[in-house]
Ligand binder design. Structure first.
Ligand code: NAD
Ligand code: UDP
Length: 381
């Protein structure tokens, strides 16, 4: 049966150039596009590891997905691929906080400079662009600078796309290199829209998590690598080490399950008239936790999944400078205002924190526990 969009019109299959489509979000989007739509995916990435199960030539969608191994920094084939597609989705980025203060040049080039040709090709060839920004462009909340009694008022902590100011730390705090580069890219896209009519949608993800996020150090990534918090804590749990709470884990995040998030992205793809010209927060305001609470919940859920006593798992406070190095800083709180996405696309998140941690940690345990047990027993002999 033909799929219809939110206005009841049949959805025509389109061709999508997905840059950075081999990563965490891209792998889930490819899976959704192949299993539930007739759209074609032209995937560009330096690696296809996370989508290799979708690229098998015997699969029913084999003629609807192609992979181009490419570093977009220096590959002239990119413009041809953007031209060949109806829509470009740009996911490519360095987006792990451990890199922002230790590799600020790579971070700024990846999140700003490398996005410039993508935007230019879309404008010049009159192609639609869905660009992945971040909730981190808001930086710190206004409330974090105010006395405690003001912080309860949503106007001092709620992040609204077209209202809330962006508050970063000083240049010496290189943590903000990522947020600042992303903000410049958002501004460039908006300027191309305002002056040259670029058809754009900007997505601001709020801590999307789920299977295939980042890597487990020493198994499918470097042993000294520091991924995002889900993978850091998963690694600690799998190895039976204490979960490290940076500066006591007082910062707060709202967590969204990747499968809910992908529903929102598909609505943007299928409803250009409702999505073009908009910046969308995509998060789950009901799933707010401090990092300390997240660690405690992950211990509880993992103990059940791995059938081990929760008392064998613990947390440990660490200083941010020791964990991330000099120049680290943090966002205190990230609550998305959902007004615009609800009004334009009628999207709402569904999955609770308990449920999303249960399915994600089951995946982590099934995927990695055997390799880690082998590694640990080798090290002890
Ligand atoms: P990811 O690291 O898993 O995916 C990014 C992909 O881009 C990787 O596969 C990487 O190989 C590819 N890439 C990077 N530079 C490239 C280059 N020069 N050429 C070709 N490929 C390149 O990250 P993700 O979580 O899937 O995030 C995707 C986008 O969403 C990023 O722009 C990120 O900033 C944004 N974002 C994600 C979250 C989240 O919660 N996951 C939060 C905020 C923002
Ligand atoms: N964090 C932590 N322990 C870790 C990894 C991260 O306490 O092992 C904290 C980090 O300082 C931040 C939060 O967890 O406050 C979320 O980190 P993440 O890597 O997911 O990136 P962010 O949400 O800051 O973009």
């Amino acid at each position: 049966m033909d799929r219809v969009n939110l206005d009841g019109k049949p959805i025509q299959p389109i061709s999508i150039c997905m840059i950075g489509g081999g990563g965490f979000i891209g792998s889930h989007l490819c899976e959704k596009l192949m299993s539930e739509t007739s759209h074609k995916a032209i995937v560009v990435d330096v690696s296809s590891d996370k989508i290799k199960n979708l690229l098998d030539k015997s699969l029913p969608w084999a003629n609807r997905i192609e992979f181009h191994q490419m570093n977009i920094k220096n590959d002239s084939r990119l413009e041809t691929l953007v031209k060949a597609a109806d829509l470009t989705i740009n996911l490519a980025a360095i987006c792990t906080p451990a890199d922002y203060n230790t590799r600020p040049l790579d971070t700024i080039f990846s999140n700003f400079v490398d996005a410039i040709p993508v935007i230019k090709f879309c404008t010049e060839n009159k192609k639609r662009l869905i660009h992945f920004s971040t909730c981190e462009v808001f930086g710190k909340t206004i409330g974090s600078f105010l006395p405690e009694e003001y912080r309860k008022d949503p106007k001092y902590y709620m992040l609204t796309e077209d209202v809330t100011p962006c508050i970063f730390g000083p240049v010496e705090k290189q943590r903000w290199s990522y947020a600042c580069a992303k903000q410049m890219t958002d501004r460039l896209i908006y300027a191309e829209y305002a002056e040259n009519g670029l058809k754009f949608t900007i997505v601001r993800p709020y801590n999307w998590i789920g299977p295939r996020m980042d890597f487990i150090p020493g198994v499918d990534g470097p042993s000294d690598g520091v991924p995002r918090v889900l993978a850091c804590f998963s690694n600690n749990l799998l190895r039976g080490e204490p979960l490290k709470l940076v500066d006591g884990g007082q910062s707060k995040r709202t967590v969204l399950y990747i499968k809910d998030a992908i529903e929102a992205v598909l609505l943007m793809i299928d409803n250009p008239d409702r999505a073009n010209g908009h910046i969308f927060n995509v998060g789950n305001p009901d799933n707010e936790v401090s990092v300390k609470e997240l660690a405690e919940l992950m211990i509880k859920v993992y103990a059940k999944v791995a059938d081990i006593p929760a008392s064998s798992l613990s947390t440990l406070n660490v200083r941010s400078e020791d964990f991330y190095g000099k120049g680290y800083d943090d966002s205190d709180r990230r609550i998305p205002d959902m007004t615009i996405i609800t009004r334009q696309l009628g999207w709402k998140p569904k999955t609770s924190l308990d449920d999303l941690l249960d399915s994600t940690l089951r995946y982590q345990h099934q995927t990695y526990s055997h390799a880690i047990k082998k590694e640990l027993s080798k090290a002890s002999t």
